[in-house]
Design a protein around this ligand. Sequence first.
Ligand SMILES: Cc1cc2nc3c(=O)[nH]c(=O)nc-3n(C[C@H](O)[C@H](O)[C@H](O)COP(=O)(O)OP(=O)(O)OC[C@H]3O[C@@H](n4cnc5c(N)ncnc54)[C@H](O)[C@@H]3O)c2cc1C
Ligand code: SF4
Ligand code: SF4
Length: 469
Amino acid sequence: MRINRNKCDICGVCVAVCPVDAVSVSEFHVDIDKDKCTECQNCLIACPAKAISSQSFEGINQKESEIDNSPLMGIKKEYDVVVVGAGPGGSVAARFVAENNVSVLLLERDRESGIPVRCAEGISSGGLEQFIDIKPEHISSKITRARLNTPDGNHLEMKSHIKGYILERRIFDADLSDLACEHGATMLTKADVIGLKRLENGKMKVRYRCHDKIREVTCKIVIGADGVESRVGRWAGLKTALDLNDISTSTQYTLSNINVDPELISFYFGNNIAPGGYVWIFPKSKTTANVGIGISGNNAKEKPAQAYLDNFVAQHFPEASISYTVFSGVPIAATLEHIVADNVMLVGDAARHVNPITGGGIKQAMIAGKLAGEMAVQAIRKENYSAKVLKKYQQEWDKALGSKHRFIYKIKEKVLVAGDERLNKIADICKGIPPEKMSLPDLFKAVVKGDPKMVAEMASAFVLSKINV
Ligand SMILES: Cc1cc2nc3c(=O)[nH]c(=O)nc-3n(C[C@H](O)[C@H](O)[C@H](O)COP(=O)(O)OP(=O)(O)OC[C@H]3O[C@@H](n4cnc5c(N)ncnc54)[C@H](O)[C@@H]3O)c2cc1C
Ligand code: SF4
Ligand code: SF4
């Protein structure tokens, strides 16, 4: 396998789908370890930027320089907790550790948290206050309605039950990590974590590259909040590789010079539009919007996500200018079977905490971050960082969202991937419900009433989700 660095957007999808941990991502480039690679082609298929080809390797295995033990301004040699990744999950985890007077270092590979933005930035407003006081600068637009466009040109509209925001994640994410620091966390950016080691004294060594030097820090607990490309879990021996079916390979344009309703989010479904996924339009103002597509990895074999998006944009927004492009991936899987190991907990995209149908993961990562941060504090106080103790975090996550996600995942597998006919039928069944009465529970009830086969599928999905607890 060979990576074309001019095309690569450093999104990490290839890391997520590599079954043998042969791919690593740094701030500036992606490397494939030719000794580990089995040439399975998962990365080539899933890469949204089509930056990987099946040509043979160049010399990619640089030797690491010696560990630099000189002091780094403001950074201690040892912390109780090290959090890897300052996305919403990592920043919230660090904040809930720090506010309990437990020492925590937050390591982030990029120059600042929140940049680059690889997200459509949609979030429902409920429950946000436990993580941050929402300020006007966090919000681009307030959403009051959602429209689902089915393959046959019908649409369903939901009003008033949907209250949400399109965020400015650049500002939102930065404020979340600032909040962690205000509560006492130490944050180091441009710190790319490259490995973990469990020490004989029961502590962990975290190795990271910062300003071209390799450094190490010791801690008792590592929280891996390192996103879809997570390697912390792999280093801790957890199974994190995603099947191609469980990754949504995505491309998003921020379009300007368009006309959109700033209160309405829209989704478009259909095999010709986005096979195994959908196109979204999330308005940032009356004239700008995040317009993106996610298709399941398996469907990207024939045609990349970007080609479908280009067709859509040409048809719906022929006059638009593209001000920002991102390639990325969303793990549309159920939560990993194990999200803890001795001394290690995974949070957010790293643990596959995203809602498997909607692809929403911001609030999910923050909920998990809070639970993991609180668990870390308890474990530090007990002086026991074993998987047995940390397992309580996994149970808390299951209670909060994990079990629900397993059910949603089964529905995704059994129902939504079924294709255009089924989606058209759902729209037909729900046609009579007025928008102001349309809520997700109403929609669900109407579908169940109008399609007995779906009832059976949902019931079996429910049973399967329970069996897998
Ligand atoms: C195209 C797209 C659209 C989306 N739209 C939405 C949406 O509208 N609403 C929604 O709720 N969710 C959406 N999501 C999902 C959402 O963006 C993620 O679920 C969310 O960001 C997860 O937060 P996190 O903290 O787990 O990970 P991330 O936000 O990915 O943060 C991980 C951080 O870890 C850092 N990192 C990684 N590896 C290392 C390392 N080795 N060393 C140090 N740092 C490291 C990264 O630089 C990054 O800052 C979308 C995702 C995509 C790709
Ligand atoms: S070809 Fe397969 S084994 Fe090799 S790097 Fe890509 S995903 Fe990993
Ligand atoms: S999947 Fe993402 S990180 Fe990997 S080669 Fe493609 S663009 Fe680069």
